[in-house]
Design a protein around this ligand. Structure first.
Ligand code: 76R
Length: 248
């Protein structure tokens, strides 16, 4: 049996994708819509207070295309908190005018392939910041789930630790050449959801997603061992953009 890599886990993550029921939303009176929006903005403010207290983080983005209209990505200390906030949102008037289309449950994960031997990662402030990150307010988000292949000669899980480390080094080198242009959050979901990892990328330029993901496709870690689910891409929603989106 190959040795499993040690992983470090941080905050739990929920990616909640919804469409908006525009026909029902349009049937509301302007007052009813305003009330529903006020309630939504109160909830958004509560989430940003939680972020300020460093007890979690929330990202709110539109989704372009027909897979969803928006995503709320939440990070929290526990699965219970994620469930509570999901239910609190579902009880709002605005949520009544949305339909869930996809969700993903995972946990922020760092693997130790590149860890410096003899150091305690939990004492490293950079590592702690990556495990419990404040989600960036970049203009764009990209999310997709992925697996590492387990078929025939292409089985990631039968590779030795050294082989996997070499692949991850090469993978990390490509990633690092995008430093400053993209922020990636890898969340592990083995035992939590249908795929093995969620990949969430943030950038001010959506073309960077295409360039980065394309370049990685040629790297063996992705070319030979990567399997990918559906891609979701979208634009940052601040309070003003949210009002614009919901105005009829
Ligand atoms: O933590 C580190 O910086 C070490 C290097 C590193 C690891 C171990 C790293 C760097 N990643 C690691 C692990 Mn990654 N990553 C992806 C995708 O689309 C694709 O082909 C793959 C999706 C992207 C875009 C990406 C970006 N990475 C992982 C793992 C877990 C593997 C395991 O444990 O077996 C997955 C599934 C995964 C997938 N990666 C980076 C990036 C970027 C941009 C970096 C550089 C980060 C930086 O140095 O700032």
């Amino acid at each position: 049996m190959s040795e499993a890599v040690q992983t470090l886990e941080g905050w739990y993550a929920l990616h909640d994708f919804r469409t908006i029921d525009w026909s029902a939303w349009k049937l509301l009176s302007a007052e009813e819509r305003a009330k529903a929006e006020d309630e939504l903005h109160t909830m958004l403010r509560e989430w940003s207070d939680i972020e300020e207290r460093r007890e979690g983080s929330t990202a709110f983005y539109t989704i372009v295309g027909q897979k969803a209209d928006f995503v709320l990505m939440h990070l929290r200390e526990t699965l219970d908190e994620l469930n509570e906030l999901e239910n609190a949102f579902n009880k709002t008037t605005f949520a009544q005018y949305t339909k869930p289309v996809y969700s993903y449950v995972s946990i922020v994960e760092l693997s130790s392939y590149m860890a410096k031997p003899g150091t305690d990662p939990m004492q490293d402030p950079d590592i702690m910041a990556r495990l419990k990150p404040s989600l960036p307010k970049s203009k764009h988000i990209c999310f997709y789930p992925m697996n590492k292949r387990r078929s025939g000669n292409d089985n990631w899980y039968t590779l030795s630790m050294e082989e996997r480390r070499a692949h991850m080094r090469s993978h990390g080198m490509i990633g690092r050449s995008y430093a400053g242009r993209v922020k990636q959050i890898i969340t592990g979901s083995v035992g939590l959801d249908d795929w093995e990892w969620g990949v969430t990328l943030f950038s001010d330029d959506p073309l960077t997603f295409k360039k980065l993901v394309y370049e990685m496709r040629f790297d063996e870690a992705s070319a030979r061992y990567g399997e990918f689910g559906a891609f979701y891409v979208g634009n940052l929603l601040d309070a003003d953009k949210c009002r614009q989106l919901l105005s009829i």
